[in-house]
Design a protein. Sequence first.
Lengths: 398, 398
Amino acid sequence: MPKLSTRANKMPASPIRKLVPFAEAAKKKGKKVYHLNIGQPDIHSPQESIDAVRNYEEKVIEYSHSAGHESYRKGLAKYYQNIGIDVDHNEIMVTTGGSEAIVFAMLTCMNPGDEIIVPEPYYTNYSGFANQAGIEVVPITSKIEDGFALPPISEFEKVITNKTKAIIICNPNNPTGYLYSKEELYQLKDLVLKHDLYIFADEVYREFVYDGEEHFSAMKIEGLEQNVILFDSVSKRYSMCGVRTGALVTKNKEVYETAVKYGQARLSPPSLGQLAGEAALETPKSYFDSVYNEYINRRNFVIEELNKIEGVFAPMPKGAFYSIIQLPVNDSEHFCQWLLEDFDYQNETVMLAPASGFYATEGLGQNEARIAYVLKIDDLRNAVKIIEEALKVYPGRV
Amino acid sequence: MPKLSTRANKMPASPIRKLVPFAEAAKKKGKKVYHLNIGQPDIHSPQESIDAVRNYEEKVIEYSHSAGHESYRKGLAKYYQNIGIDVDHNEIMVTTGGSEAIVFAMLTCMNPGDEIIVPEPYYTNYSGFANQAGIEVVPITSKIEDGFALPPISEFEKVITNKTKAIIICNPNNPTGYLYSKEELYQLKDLVLKHDLYIFADEVYREFVYDGEEHFSAMKIEGLEQNVILFDSVSKRYSMCGVRTGALVTKNKEVYETAVKYGQARLSPPSLGQLAGEAALETPKSYFDSVYNEYINRRNFVIEELNKIEGVFAPMPKGAFYSIIQLPVNDSEHFCQWLLEDFDYQNETVMLAPASGFYATEGLGQNEARIAYVLKIDDLRNAVKIIEEALKVYPGRV
């Protein structure tokens, strides 16, 4: 029997998915499981998108242009212009989810063995994409006691080598909920220009910014136009993760044209997803207002309630819909599995994502977990109560 | 400004796409262009799929399982069982088009620098996927005078090295229309077992087989169950290229589970495309009968008419809807460009795909072009007439 490739053996399993069998077993036993572990929101997709799908009128579901339907790209260009990002439709490539945009950027800008710096904890799938592209993820640690702010530039300088080609910043951040400021991005500017690097800017949670703060896009850093590649997605913005419609945006023509070549090999992004995405551009402000209100209520509720539990610390996230919380346990992976396997409160339990999987540095995050506040307040109330009761009896409590 | 990666600079541009600007310019001048260059059929998608899209009833367009909706995989398993391929739904991973299945298989089975053997001329995008996976495509030449049959096994033996990990076979073949026989596949079996290789079997044109011949799937080669990875797609079978719904099928559990890990990183294949794909499983036999009749008429017509032109040789394809034809020119790329730029017959012209782009060996295919007979008979008639008239006056005719 032929062997698997060495790289495939190194492909990281998602830290969340490891627990899925335990969640399934719990459900089979009749336990209700509150999923605080995943980013699949319960918010309805915009009616405009659902209607566009339901009114589909073509007879042949054809390929689109490899960079996406021109009408959709023109619509996206307007969307960006309205939020102060100066791009035209020839600087926007529609991709199969934000995931594909990241892979294409890595392939376009980085050779096998090259290094990309990422503040940890970070979106785990970056490691999977890096495996595909044959590149190395080099973490620098952001800390819960700083609210997961950008580590000092001196920390970046320490790990830069002649293989460093890019820095990836998720803003607002999954998994921490941190919102990087304009000032932090300008600190990166100097570093990036000094070492001739790319900035990969993952801004798929752009609309989820709270407390009157403003999102500052890496695309707006003056003098960095040739270095920035923006990754975007309709998944979270419009709560339609299943359409697999994202975008790679850059003013760097060489990068754009080469990314499109990778896109040509796979022919086209999904046509129906683009239909839903284009229709979503007509989503009224009232939709975002109500989504915003829902998330801010959920955030305020869950963070406040979690912090009331003895030994739990949950920093207030400024964006996205995640938070990394500290738990009074010495092995959160074990705790999360125990919640599913051995615990219930009134026949209900909670699934959390152990944070160690969001760190590349061995040993970090072992007393932390990521929560996604994508459930209704009533469900969040029950989930927090379960965590509280669980910590009273968990044998590994510290 | 940071540089592109070396590999990105090596990413091949599609041989077809190079001519697109010339086709666009021709259309701007008011010329009608018959597209024999692309595989986008004009056949309607099944009404079952269109209806499924139009009756979409969910409120949230959610992620699916990373390996695809279970109900769809179960339906696909039945489809395969009905055609004699013994697989269950846990051996089927739904992918974003057949393209993604190929990339995931390369990543799973091959390390950077490893080699995959392919009979040329071959589907050009294999080279793009190989670039992404950092592997090398090693061609062995199949010949128009043999109707593009499988080259002798001795030719494979000549190029096998310790880096050879797989052979990829497209059956029925794009671009040649050749249908590999059961005997040819069993010849490969011995070779594959001897050298412990994988067979990557691209069978997306399975339903397009003519003249009473039967398609023999590589999945049916006895004793090769652990070596075969099947790539599939709904794009051509149901004429819905835009849904981006394919599959990776294998009885090798290690390969399957690892491919799913790559799938988990990108979260899920398109949900709406899966909806259309699942509905398409209910497509009545009458649909395929009428599609079959349409294609066989087109094939018979276009091949017969082309062979009437002096100096043109078009082997009769047994499957798919392509043929590589020989032209009395010494540089078909120039001829194809000239057709668009400098020629018209009654203000109409034809776009062909120069065959050199389908060969990896430098210098081959320069008097050949690929045609896709995806147009109505009347259009094919006009297209052939244009080619005939063009060859009368083409300055590079030999």
